[in-house]
Design a protein around this ligand. Sequence first.
Ligand code: TRP
Length: 448
Amino acid sequence: MQQTRGRFSSRIGFVLAAAGSAVGLGNIWGFPTQAASNGGAAFLLVYLALAFCLAYPVLMTELVIGRYARGNPITALTAVSSNALSRALAPIIGGFGILVASLILSFYCIVGGWMMSHFLAELTCLLGFADTAAWLETFSISRSLFFTTVFMLLTIRIISQGVESGIERWSTRLMPLLLAMLVLLTLYVLTMDGAMEGLRVYLIPDFSRALSPSLIIKALGSAFFSLSLGVGTMLIYGSYIDDRESLPRLGTQVTIIDISIAVLAGFLILPAMYVALHNGVEIFAANGALISEDTLIFTVLPALFDKIGLAGGVVGTFFFLLMSIAALTSSISMLEVPVATAVEKSSMQRKLASYAVGGLILLISITIIMNFEQLFGATIAFTTRYSQPLLGMLICIYVAWVWHRGEVLQQLQKGSPDIETSAFWRIWPGYIKYVCPLVILIIFVQSF
Ligand code: TRP
């Protein structure tokens, strides 16, 4: 029996939810810090090229297949399968995607928890509770366990409320807030001494660093991570879109919002680093390179906020609140993948499924926290650097090679009756058939 499926109630609801998924720590933290250490504007250009030429077409495959099948990744890949082999592989590929989504959530909750604890650290410090602030600011297992659990519970709560009153409602509330805070913080930081040096580093390209194979796979990984691709998030969000909407248009809007926010975050983070340097905070490691990504945000920025006194405390509070919100609108989209699958495959209630699946993933997070050195970095590399592009490539193959072309085109026509005259119509089908899988494969093989 098909249960009644959730739907996004409006176009803007979908756009904000999908943009909420896409805009996250990857944009506000990952992208700017990678750009900072990899040639500034040169990295930006490589990233933009990969995002538009590879990530966007793959996003479209997920939206098309999701809306057609109106189901989880396993159901969807099975529904478009045209022969015995593709039908046999569909549950394996879909299942692997769901597993990867869950693993991404397991480390994402840890980082989201850090953001929340730093938010409270800035706040308690402002209010004069120095001891509490010190505990909140210092890395410890107890702190990670506590805040990972809190972050996961928030994620579970939103997901248990369903598509329209959970995902859509919270995304439409939080996304405008996030954008407003990002713009205000950026404008403020740009007025400070030292900011211009950061702008120069961001905007003047150093091509000697941007074109190495290891860098390109990193940029590809971050573009795929940033658009939440490969693991079924966008496929499931696509399955909640109304047939009257134009998929290419929605996909373009989400891509543009996602990329713009990453670029905008660069205007905040790089200048902030150089403002910190100007204030005597060290931002270069002994070998002359910028200090590594996690240290950057969890030591440099708090040190900066500390240095500039009361205003710093206020800015710091808002900054980590911004990060926490960005993380939350993304984490819900990860949990939605296994939860929607559980609800559709068994007759479990959504609420029960949310707590059961979320609880299991929390156990994985706890395992990672307890074996941090061995598991944290490895989980990130396995899921984002290798699995996501590989899964993206497989979804392309399903849409372009396995599925009947007529049905793909028919699905695209829904909501966009004039699409036959567009460039998208002429280019995309062939593009995802030959170019995308091949380029992803080449980048992938090169990285070994
Ligand atoms: N795109 C989000 C970010 O940039 C993270 C994210 C949300 C994600 N859902 C995902 C990443 C699914 C991979 C897969 O932070």
